[in-house]
Design a protein around this ligand. Structure first.
Ligand SMILES: [Zn+2]
Length: 157
């Protein structure tokens, strides 16, 4: 039996608990990030790096881009949700009206991959991430700051 020093054991446990993207998830993240306009992409990359560099935040979850560019057809599909289709209203923009409908794209949506593999849209985590995004680039607007329709996963320039 080998005796592992306590701090080594803790390090191993932390490494095990750390949320990690699969290669496929990593590729789709790179693909989505590449759709963003350079200023937004750079702000996201910097905010993400700061998040990952924080010993506590990195164990809570890792930021992921759930969507950047979306087609006008997909936007119309989302618009129908909560109106002619079941589900909550998720957007007030029709196809072509959203910043998500441009390429390169000035908008992206963020969530967090947790250690158990689930995805979180925690308002607390998103507001923490929003602070890092705004610190990275003051031109970044966070949907959580909007008065009429709070869209916490949403960031745009
Ligand atoms: Zn959005």
């Amino acid at each position: 039996m080998t005796v592992v020093p306590n701090n080594k054991l803790l390090e191993r446990q932390a490494a095990r608990a750390e949320p990690k993207l699969s290669d496929k998830q990593q590729r789709s993240q790179e693909y989505r990030l590449a759709q963003a306009v350079p200023s937004l992409g750079a702000a996201y990359a910097q905010a993400r790096a700061r998040w990952i560099g924080d010993p506590v935040l990195r164990l809570v979850g890792v930021p992921i881009i759930t969507e950047c560019y979306r087609s006008a057809e997909r936007q119309d599909e989302l618009y129908r949700q909560g109106r002619s289709k079941p589900g909550p209203v998720v957007t007030y923009k029709r196809g072509g009206e959203s910043k998500h409908n441009h390429l390169p794209c000035p908008a992206l949506d963020v969530a967090f991959l947790l250690a158990d593999g689930s995805v979180s849209w925690s308002g607390l985590l998103l507001s923490k991430f929003a602070r890092l995004m705004k610190a990275a680039d003051a031109r970044v607007c966070w949907g959580g700051d909007w008065r009429r329709f709070k869209d916490r996963p949403h960031f745009e320039v």
